[in-house]
Design a protein around this ligand. Sequence first.
Ligand SMILES: [Zn+2]
Length: 102
Amino acid sequence: MITLHDVFEQGSDTVKAAVLAFGTRHPVAPGGLVTEPDWKQAEKHFTLVIETIMGSATPPPPGSTDGAVHQAENAAIGFLLAANARSDYRCPICVKRQRPPL
Ligand SMILES: [Zn+2]
């Protein structure tokens, strides 16, 4: 499965910006002054986004699993791009886990 890092490496400038924005939604010290992204956390949540998309998709016909993964990856990148258009969005995985407000 594709990683956030792969997406960044292979993506256009717009995609790169969206990846960075997703990373900054995962600060190392929430609420603190440290603004360095927690990429480990961001990677994990990006994978969960892909898995969520795959889980909600129609089951692929036998033998075409790769295609389904690829589709989910593209959908996840599409999500990053769409979410990046909003400056105040939160990572859906973080929201789901209902962390206390920062
Ligand atoms: Zn998150």
